[in-house]
Structure formats: structure tokens, C-alpha cells
Design a protein around this ligand. Structure first.
Ligand code: SF4
Ligand code: SF4
Length: 134
């Protein structure tokens, strides 16, 4: 798919779809220390959060949460003033027009990530953990 597309073509290609307005994903450092593993476990204990590794081996933290500018018809209420991130986003990279998913490995919950660490023989556990809840 060509990189630069007209506003009209963009609208046609996106017609009936609002997938990319329903989440944000931010790159995080690749975890290398116990404190990093603990942080990722903490992220994944929250609802609507996942962590994934993409095909470039970058680590991303994703929050599944719709943009406040999205209307009930799945259209942007402020399209003319949408942020640069939205302007730069291209169907070439999007979920609808790509058979290949963005993620190589996805962790949808803390247990997913713990299983991954165990498989890699990575020690993530804190010693002397209290069994008492606070
Ligand atoms: S996911 Fe793709 S087709 Fe859907 S709105 Fe975003 S850019 Fe358009
Ligand atoms: S500002 Fe508009 S185009 Fe950008 S994410 Fe929100 S609804 Fe989508």
C-alpha cells in the first residue's frame, strides 16, 4: 500500500472501522532486571492492559481504552485537529489491512508473563515475600 494517501482515500479505507482509535501502545524498555519483570507483572495485573513484543523485538505496553474524541458512529469528532500520531498512522501498518499481527509474543495477564519467564529460566520472584495481604 502506498505511504501517502489523500484525505478522501483515507476516509474510504477506514470506513466502518475505528480499531486504531480504541487503544494506545507505548514502547517500554526491554526488561533485563528483576525490578523490570516486577513492573511488567504489575502492569499486567490491571484490566485492559497487555504487553507485547513486536517483530522488531521492541516491547510495548498497550492500554485498551477508546479515545474521547470517538463518537458513537465510530468517527472522530475532531478530525481536522487530530494529533500528529493520528495523522501519521497509515493503513499500511494497521490491524485491518495486515494479515500479520503486530505482535510476535503477547502477554495478556501476569500469569502469561510468568510462564514466559519460567520457560526462559529467568528468576523474577522477590525473596521473603509476605503471605499476608496489606
Ligand atoms: S485500523 Fe486501519 S482501517 Fe481501521 S480506522 Fe485504523 S487505519 Fe483505518
Ligand atoms: S483524535 Fe480522532 S483520529 Fe485520533 S485517536 Fe482520537 S478519535 Fe481517533
Amino acid at each position: 500500500m502506498e505511504k501517502d494517501i489523500s484525505h478522501q482515500k483515507n476516509r474510504l479505507l477506514c470506513h466502518g472501522c475505528d480499531d486504531c482509535c480504541r487503544y494506545i501502545a507505548v514502547e517500554i524498555d526491554r526488561p533485563t532486571a528483576k525490578s523490570d519483570y516486577q513492573n511488567i507483572i504489575w502492569f499486567l495485573l490491571h484490566k485492559n492492559v497487555r504487553v507485547y513484543i513486536d517483530w522488531e523485538n521492541d516491547w510495548l505496553l498497550e492500554f485498551v481504552t477508546p479515545c474521547k474524541e470517538l463518537d458513537s458512529q465510530g468517527l472522530c469528532k475532531n478530525y481536522a485537529n487530530r494529533p500528529g500520531m493520528c495523522r501519521d498512522y497509515n493503513q499500511k501498518d494497521c490491524t485491518k489491512y495486515n494479515a500479520k499481527s503486530a505482535e510476535k509474543i503477547s502477554f495478556n495477564c501476569a500469569d502469561d508473563f510468568k510462564r514466559y519467564l519460567k520457560k526462559k529460566n529467568i528468576d523474577w520472584e522477590l525473596k521473603n515475600q509476605s503471605t499476608k495481604s496489606i
